[in-house]
Design a binder for this molecule. Structure first.
Ligand code: PMP
Length: 458
């Protein structure tokens, strides 16, 4: 008898032969056959040909319910009719002019009206640039160099943003004074030296670290939920401690709401009534097209004012491009507090259901998250930070990845790390379909788990 992994891979390969053939072609032009690390998974990802509403259609002709939504950016699912119309109208009028447009003002105004911390903003082409510009604004404003970030926090594809993204147990140091861990061998020592790493959800340690480094710290950057490290929500006490300690020491507080903006009409900050100094946004505000934005109080955003003596340099060829503006406005205009509340209730239904289905199958598991954002974990122990998430992943071995493949075969798409997010075309029916698929997948995996990972049995 082969290993559980061999069984699951074989079944997946048999089911997706068109994607298996296409990845061979792709491997000729891309290292590993893909052009985006986060979306890649073994043995190979599915090639997608089209999508509409909550549905993806792959190269083999399967239809899958999409709980991934391009890593949470498509809050209305795919090819939303208003978004399609807005983009079609705009593209016929030209796609980018290197000039301001009415559409920039319209989307900018919508964000200012909704997000409490944002009095003014600048658009960028990605969430990466949004967090980067927030950090540069903070450094220029404060004249200080160091940045505090959270262990397990992800803020995009640049060096500092990925320090201690994966706090490997052999390198991460003590919880009350974590070491900065490079995510790969490309991170310069100078970046590590300028990064103060703080454990997530530890208010007392955070207060002490901010106090200790106050004279050198430009900003503290934090996600209201650790997105990449298992969708672990911040406790209110933790974010409150960060707010109070940064304010007391004149350190700027940056919320990275690139993912969590969909947690409420004014983002997670609106739900929690905790207002950061600067906010980085992205994903849903582009309606499915590339986007980012950095916003905050006028006195801080003034750092980007062209009339300043030394403005922070903010360029980028596609910032505020009319296509992203049109798509973003069409998508955001359809979102109201009631719709977001409905999605949050569905998110609870999903998370409760996941715990129940694991228990019914005699297995340890749960889903964490907030509002329409969830992550499935192979543990029933509480998850408080990135160390907990990593420990649970290590204990589960290949199972999260195998469950992902088993769910794909049952027509349910999520991120490979088992992040699930909802879109407005979904109802309780789609959530229950995913839970039924989970039940079926766990039944299939259970004999292999009994053989290879009995510690995951209840
Ligand atoms: N911040 C967070 C919290 C994110 O999840 C991401 C992307 N997943 C980013 C920043 C970077 O955004 P982008 O991929 O658009 O550059």
């Amino acid at each position: 008898m082969g290993s559980l992994r061999d069984e699951v891979y074989t079944a997946y390969r048999d089911w997706s032969s068109a994607s298996a053939a296409l990845i061979e072609e792709a491997r000729e032009v891309f290292p590993g056959g893909d052009t985006r690390m986060s979306a890649h998974f073994a043995p190979y990802p599915l090639f997608i040909e089209r999508a509409e509403g909550p549905w993806l259609h792959d190269a083999d002709g399967h239809r899958l319910l999409d709980f991934m939504n391009n890593f949470t950016s498509l809050i209305h699912g795919h090819a939303n009719p208003d978004v399609v119309q807005a983009v079609q109208q705009q593209v016929a009028l030209g796609s980018a002019y290197a000039a301001p447009t009415r559409s920039q003002v319209a989307l900018g105004r919508l964000i200012v009206e909704r997000v409490p911390s944002v009095e003014q903003l600048r658009f960028t082409s990605s969430g990466t640039e949004a967090t980067l510009m927030a950090l540069r604004c903070a450094r220029a404003f404060s004249g200080r160099q160091k940045i505090m970030k959270m262990e397990g926090g992800y803020h995009g594809s640049f060096e500092l943003a990925e320090v201690s993204l994966v706090p490997r147990p052999d390198r991460c140091g003590p919880l009350d004074a974590p070491h900065p861990v490079p995510v790969d061998r490309s991170i310069p020592d100078s970046v590590l030296a300028d990064t103060v790493v703080c454990p997530y959800n530890q208010p007392d340690i955070a207060r002490r670290l901010i106090e200790q480094h106050a004279g050198e710290l430009a900003a503290v950057i934090v996600e209201p939920a650790l997105g990449s490290m298992g969708m672990v929500p911040a406790t209110e006490a933790f974010l409150r401690a960060l707010r109070d300690a940064t304010a007391a020491h004149e350190v700027l507080l940056i919320f990275d709401e690139v993912i969590t903006l969909r947690a409420g009409y004014g983002g997670a900050q609106g739900v929690l009534s905790i207002t950061p100094d600067l906010t980085a946004m992205g994903k849903i505000i582009g309606g499915g097209l590339p986007i980012g934005a950095v916003g905050g109080r006028r006195e801080l955003m003034r750092m980007f004012h062209p009339d300043e003596a030394e403005p922070v340099m903010h360029a980028s060829t596609f910032s505020g491009n009319p296509l992203s503006m049109a798509a973003g406005h069409a998508a955001m205009a359809q979102l109201d507090p009631q719709t977001l509340e409905r999605l949050a209730v569905l998110g609870e239904r999903f998370r409760e259901g996941v715990g129940r289905v694991f228990r019914q199958n005699g297995l340890r598991g749960q889903a964490t998250g907030l509002a329409s954002l969830s992550n499935v974990h192979w543990t029933d122990a509480p998850l408080n930070d990135a160390r907990d998430t990593l420990a649970a992943m290590a204990a589960a071995g290949p199972l999260p990845r195998l469950l992902h493949l088993s769910m794909l075969r049952r027509g349910i798409a999520s991120a490979g790390r088992l992040m699930y997010c909802l879109s407005t075309p979904m109802t309780a029916g789609e959530v229950d379909t995913a839970l039924d698929a989970l039940d079926d997948a766990l039944r299939e995996l259970r004999p292999g788990i009994e053989r290879e990972r009995p510690e995951l049995l209840l």
